[in-house]
Write a protein that binds this ligand. Structure first.
Ligand SMILES: O=C(O)CCC(=O)C(=O)O
Ligand SMILES: [Fe+2]
Length: 276
């Protein structure tokens, strides 16, 4: 057993979710349920995945590191681009610019014994996620900044409607919800790889398709997996002084993947090309 797995036994709620034991029928049932949810709704949530003490440690860690976070503030369209395309009509989906502001605590800021790191590097967690999202093994991302982050939202912060950039799935862990606002909303299955569905996307952006939107409730300690590449989603503005704290993780389908330096510069304000 690796050290990270030993650590993960103090982090994951293994009484409810015995993820370290592949023969356990409770683990098998959990994976089957998550797979089915992900297929049908493009997201799944595992409530109470983290032990309360570990969650408390994560919260303290995020609060301690908050002052070193990079303020990632921009106007962008839902394809995460900051410029408009004058050749397209002003109400085209590509020309809707919306505010996004989040505070990014990057992986390099996490101490060696970070509970967020132990969770992310645990083979039991990674193997469970691999079984839920597909049939191939997953690997840790090897970027300096990207593998596991805290994303913090202060009063007024939000992440406007967007698709995640090319990835098979996104994984988040609710460390601390906001008192008000900070809702995670999805319009599932907004586009496919073959069809951008621009009119429908523009309708969601204009607030004309609220009937398609689901609000995904997440209590502290809930793990969420979603297909953010094909489903428009947003975090509504946080209201109040309780910081919304989210753990966000990146796994890869190949070994040795690092991030794009330009993306790192935008998200973390670092020039990672210079530090290689
Ligand atoms: O904070 C969340 O709930 C989701 C954030 C998000 O959009 C993402 O991580 O891609
Ligand atoms: Fe996203």
């Amino acid at each position: 057993m690796s050290n990270h797995d030993k650590d993960a036994r103090h982090i994951v709620n293994i009484e409810l979710y015995p993820i370290h034991d592949k023969e356990d029928p409770v683990r098998q049932a959990l994976i089957a349920k998550c797979k089915a949810d992900l297929q049908e709704n493009l997201f799944c949530v595992i409530p109470d995945f983290i032990q309360p003490e570990a969650l408390q440690l994560m919260k303290s860690e995020a609060l301690m590191l908050r002052s070193q976070a990079h303020d990632n503030i921009s106007k962008r369209n839902c394809y995460l681009q900051r410029s408009i395309d004058p050749s397209l009509p002003t109400d085209h989906a590509r020309n809707h610019q919306n505010e996004a502001s989040t505070r990014m605590v990057s992986y390099n800021l996490l101490p060696k014994n970070s509970p967020l790191k132990s969770f992310y590097h645990s083979p039991a967690v990674r193997e469970m996620v691999a079984e839920i999202v597909g049939d191939s093994p997953l690997f840790d991302n090897e970027d300096l900044y990207q593998p596991a982050n805290y994303v913090c939202y202060d009063n007024g912060d939000q992440s406007s409607w967007h698709f995640d950039s090319v990835n098979a799935f996104t994984m988040t862990l609710m460390v601390q919800p906001a008192d008000n606002g900070g809702e995670f909303e999805i319009s599932p299955n907004t586009r496919t790889d073959a069809n951008q569905n621009y009119d429908h996307v523009a309708d969601v952006l204009k607030g004309n398709r609220d009937d398609t939107i689901v609000s995904v409730g997440r209590e502290p300690g809930a793990l969420c997996l979603f297909r953010g590449c094909n489903s428009l989603h947003r975090v509504s503005p946080v209201v109040g002084d309780t910081m919304r704290i989210m753990g966000v993780f990146v796994y890869e389908t190949e070994k040795g993947v690092i991030g794009d330096p330009e993306v790192n510069e935008t998200i973390y304000g670092v020039n990672s090309a210079a530090s290689i």
